[in-house]
Design a protein around this ligand. Structure first.
Ligand code: UD1
Ligand code: MG
Length: 449
């Protein structure tokens, strides 16, 4: 946001509703989109506009929401809504935190996470000539949304909730997004006038419009794309919103110089960071906390979270990078390899069927197929260190804590429990025994029997 265009406003974000239709034991706004709770999406967008004050309204038992809010917006104030008596009541709970604020107050719902800062900015601009402004959207199937009743001059006269709408009003497709702005000087006095005489028995924030209109205040509608104003009241709507966010993230990744061979099949988190000329093959999932540097290649069916992939590394197909993994420059992690809290040095390779956890692997080391770091004894986790240019033979178990020195070799099928010196060869498996003609003898005996 350009400083010259900075709006002066305060924000109230409603997040106290439990969302009964989600059928969930989590607060509604904690449901995640692209790896982040809905409330974090709303606050991240709000942060861009730098409100003078922000209040998040939560219910008393919502520690999760409080933590998520403070993490995204550390200077926000929290207001408690003891009982969920409706959106109007919820905004009223923010009054003390906003006392003395006479500027524009923007109200956002925590369950409307797709909204963009440019749309909010348009609403704030509209407030220069209005006392109340509401973001409206046109939708073909407006079931569940409040309807905006606008007169021929463009004055918004009333918002009628779906539950309370007459059949005729239900035919209106101009809907309330829930996002509105009002002059601080009017907002709380208008709220005091509303009554819970409606189908839900709640104090509706939307009823302040009728009150404002009756007082001759200017109430305007600003229309915006339905795609970014969708409210999430159900799991189906959550999935719809996820689709929208994923489309945005795919587009962003490509705009910034990554190749997505089949964008529709790649799933991102809000914080996924891809460098230039990264190539992502079909069917890849990026969980939270992933950075992929320039020219790295992520092959199909890989699942990556909390990991850094350095320049030119190759991941997959069928690889799993778990939190705390760092794959060094030009290193390779191949099929059915899982890394957890492990650093692979530059050019190191683990190409087939391995679990490497709590490990440090030096530059150029080669980890053979089927190598397992036995990092857990049922109670504690231990570290495995593999030196630069070490070679671990196939099907080796490295029983941690254990160190394999630089340049050392481990014979295939070994169970390594003791440290191996640099440049040494360790073989830890029974010696092979071969008995001439023994097989023929056994077969004969069995046939007779
Ligand atoms: C609301 C609007 C409706 C609009 C729709 C858009 C009202 C009365 N209706 O309906 O006109 O079309 O959003 O999505 O406002 N909340 C609280 N405390 C409460 C109740 C709700 O904090 O007591 C919070 C919820 O967590 C949610 C938001 O307010 O984030 C909206 O509440 P919700 O119950 O989802 O309202 P809708 O029925 O969707
Ligand atoms: Mg809602």
């Amino acid at each position: 946001m350009n400083a010259n265009h900075k709006h002066k406003f305060a924000a109230v974000v409603l997040a106290a509703g439990s969302g009964t239709r989600m059928k969930s034991s989590f607060p509604k706004v904690m449901h995640r989109l692209a790896g982040q709770p809905m409330i974090a999406h709303v606050l991240t967008t709000l942060n861009i506009l730098e409100p003078e004050r922000s209040v998040v309204v939560i219910a008393p038992s919502m520690d999760m929401v409080r933590d998520a809010a403070l993490e995204t917006m550390p200077d926000c104030k929290l207001a408690l809504q003891d009982r969920q008596q409706g959106t109007g009541h919820a905004v009223g709970c923010a009054e003390a935190a906003l006392s003395g604020y006479a500027g524009t107050v923007l109200v956002l719902y925590g369950d409307t996470p797709l909204i963009t800062e440019s749309t909010l900015s348009r609403l704030l601009v509209a407030m220069q000539s209005a006392d109340v402004a509401v973001l409206g959207m046109r939708i073909a199937d407006p079931t569940g949304y409040g309807r905006l009743i606008v007169d021929s001059s463009g004055q918004l006269e009333e918002i009628v909730e779906c539950k309370d709408a007459s059949p005729e009003q239900k035919g209106i497709t101009l809907c309330n997004s829930g996002v509105m702005a009002a002059k601080g000087t009017h907002l709380f006095s208008l709220l005091k006038k509303i009554q819970p005489n409606n189908a839900a028995g709640e104090y509706y924030l939307t009823d302040i419009v009728e009150q404002a209109d009756a007082q001759g205040l200017h109430c305007h509608v600003v229309e915006a794309e339905a795609g970014e104003l969708a409210g999430i009241n159900s799991r189906a709507q959550l999935a719809e919103a996820e689709k929208v966010i994923q489309q945005r993230l795919r587009h962003k990744a490509m705009t910034e110089g990554a190749t997505l061979i089949d964008p529709e099949s790649v799933y991102f988190s809000m914080d996924t960071a891809l460098g230039r000329d990264v190539v992502v093959h079909p069917q890849v999932v990026f969980g939270p906390g992933v950075t992929v540097e320039d020219k790295a290649e992520i092959r199909s069916f890989s699942h990556i979270e909390g990991a850094q992939v350095r320049k030119g590394a190759v991941i997959g197909p069928f690889a799993r990078l778990r939190p705390g993994s760092v794959v060094g420059e030009a290193a390779h992690v191949g099929n059915f390899v899982e890394l957890k809290k492990t650093t692979l040095g530059k050019g190191a390779k683990a190409n087939h069927l391995s679990y490497i956890g709590d490990a440090e692997v030096g530059e150029g080391a080669n980890i053979g197929a089927g190598t397992i770091t036995c990092n857990y004894d049922g109670a504690n986790k231990y570290v495995t260190i593999i030196g630069a240019e070490a070679f671990i033979g196939s099907n080796t178990s490295l029983v941690a804590p254990v160190t394999i020195g630089a340049g050392a070799m481990v014979g295939a099928g070994s169970v390594i429990t003791d440290d191996v010196e640099a440049d040494a060869l360790a073989i830890a498996r029974p010696r092979q025994v071969s008995k001439p003609a023994k097989a023929r003898e056994i077969k004969k005996r069995k046939k007779k029997a």
